[in-house]
Design a protein around this ligand. Structure first.
Ligand code: GUN
Ligand code: FE
Length: 468
């Protein structure tokens, strides 16, 4: 495979990220790239590095015809005079959100059923709802609402758990593709400790994953991901074959890891010979042998942390869910200090909020609880670090996604936060800075202030819902 590579992805992993511009990019030089395309003007804010925001007030982002950023400029750059300029005025222009762990078929349970811990929560509330997704009509209505609401909240790419049902998982892929948004969809594998109406065989989940690969083959931004639900719901046979499938077809993997103490104890009982929970996935080739997302990691430390680091396994931090289900507080500072790749996830409906801005806020708040508990030894997440997790750090799983450096996909949001700035009426003598406006939007804003959304350079309009 040729093409630009993410900072750490080995070449053999590159083809999981669908990037139609790669061939084109290899053939033409920079000057040619600068011709044509479009310029967008606004207050540009992104985080090429986690430790600070890069801000260009009333700056320009140039996007080439394939939807890739060629540069950010403070002044109208020479040679781009011919370019069409879209001026968004005094708005914020930021990278779009990436949700690396979300359950589309749990959407109806949003904001309820949070009175149980993980294992009883799954069997009491979650499995019965997921079982409904054998019904195509139900799935179509709910999945369209889900994708529309991802769009609303400015999430342009997501790694999504569907259910065991192939037909409706394919439908979800189609809906996301039709919307022009990006993501990975997994048919969930589960054959142990689950109800009969929500159980598939190893053969089924492997074949259905292969069907989903075929189904998404013509989709530029949507593809399949191998998805064992978690260790306690998969037989060794299922884990073995899913690991082989991921490696044979070189597709990524997503699952749950060390979320809750009861779950960790159960895995220890099921696999007494494994040194840690992560080692079970590793034994089956599901832990970084291909790009891997592991959600939660509240109890990951020691050997498990080292194994994740060695295998470049992504931690997907889901702080709202960890709070809502009483699971724990993931030690994100330790993961960042160790150099692990970290992303953010809403974990709908373990988490009650689909907005990655709310997830950022929760990540900061949870890190401050750990800061207090460690008496300042673990520093809390800064605003720019949380923003980086939701944009460039998580976006890396999809390739060059999540900031406005040259070569990155133009996935972007335009935020008109004027209604949040009503104190800028001269009374205080000074207006909010762009950095302060970003902070206030993260804490106080919502979908109503997002006025434009772009994915891979295309403006994404509101996805349609289905008629009831
Ligand atoms: N572990 C296994 N399945 C699930 C799920 O659906 N949600 C969460 N939060 N954890 C899980
Ligand atoms: Fe989850």
């Amino acid at each position: 495979m040729t093409g630009t590579r993410s900072h750490w992805l080995p070449d053999r992993w590159i083809n999981h990220a669908k990037r139609p511009g790669v061939a084109y990019r290899a053939q033409i030089n920079h000057n040619e790239m600068m011709q044509g395309g479009r310029l967008y003007r606004a207050n540009v804010l992104h985080t090429p590095r986690p430790d600070r925001f890069e801000i260009v007030e009333r700056g320009y982002v140039h996007v080439d015809a394939q939807g890739y950023v060629t540069g950010v400029y403070g002044e109208l750059p020479a040679g781009l005079g011919e370019c069409e300029v879209e001026d968004f005025g005094d708005t914020l222009l930021i990278p779009a959100m990436n949700d690396l762990h979300v359950h589309a078929p749990q959407y109806r349970n949003q904001g309820m059923a949070m009175d149980l811990e993980l294992l009883p929560w799954l069997s009491t509330y979650t499995f019965p709802e997921e079982a409904r997704y054998s019904d195509r009509r139900y799935a179509e209505v709910m999945y369209r609402r889900f994708v529309r609401d991802l769009w609303r909240h400015g999430t342009m790419r997501a790694s999504i758990f569907a259910t065991i049902h192939k037909e409706t998982a394919e439908l979800l892929a189609t809906i996301l593709d039709e919307a022009g948004m990006g993501g990975l969809i997994g048919v969930v594998g589960m054959d142990t400790g689950c109800p009969d109406n929500l159980r598939n065989s190893t053969e089924e989940v492997v074949n259905d994953t292969l069907s989903l690969i075929d189904h998404t083959s013509g989709m530029p931004l949507v593809s399949a991901i191998v998805t064992p639900r978690f260790v306690p719901s998969c037989s060794c046979h299922m884990l073995t074959e899913l690991g082989k499938t991921a490696q044979r077809y070189r597709i990524p993997v997503q699952s749950h890891l060390s979320e809750n103490q009861g779950e960790v104890a159960l895995v220890r009982k099921l696999f007494p010979d494994s040194s840690c929970y992560g080692a079970v996935y590793d034994r089956f080739g599901l832990f970084g042998q291909t790009p891997t997302l592991m959600a939660h990691c509240c109890y990951t430390d020691g050997e498990e942390l080292e194994l994740m680091k060695k295998n470049h396994v992504f931690v997907v931090h889901c702080p709202i869910s960890n709070c809502d289900l009483g699971s724990g507080i993931a030690p994100i500072r330790r993961f960042l200090d160790a150099g692990l790749p970290v992303a953010l996830g809403s974990d709908m409906a373990g988490g009650h909020d689909l907005s990655l801005f709310r997830v950022m806020q929760s990540a900061i708040q949870m890190s401050k609880l750990l800061y207090a508990r460690t008496e300042g030894e673990w520093s809390f997440l800064s605003l720019s670090e949380a923003f980086h997790l939701a944009t460039k750090s998580g976006g890396a799983f999809f390739g060059k996604v999540g900031c406005f450096e040259p070569g990155y996909s133009f996935d972007a949001l335009v935020i008109d936060d004027s209604e949040l700035n009503r104190h800028d009426d001269g009374l205080a003598g000074s207006a909010y800075t762009v950095r302060q406006r970003m902070e206030r939007y993260i804490y106080l804003g919502d979908d109503r202030q997002i006025v434009h959304r772009f994915c891979q350079g295309r403006e994404i309009t509101e996805p349609r819902l289905s008629d009831l």
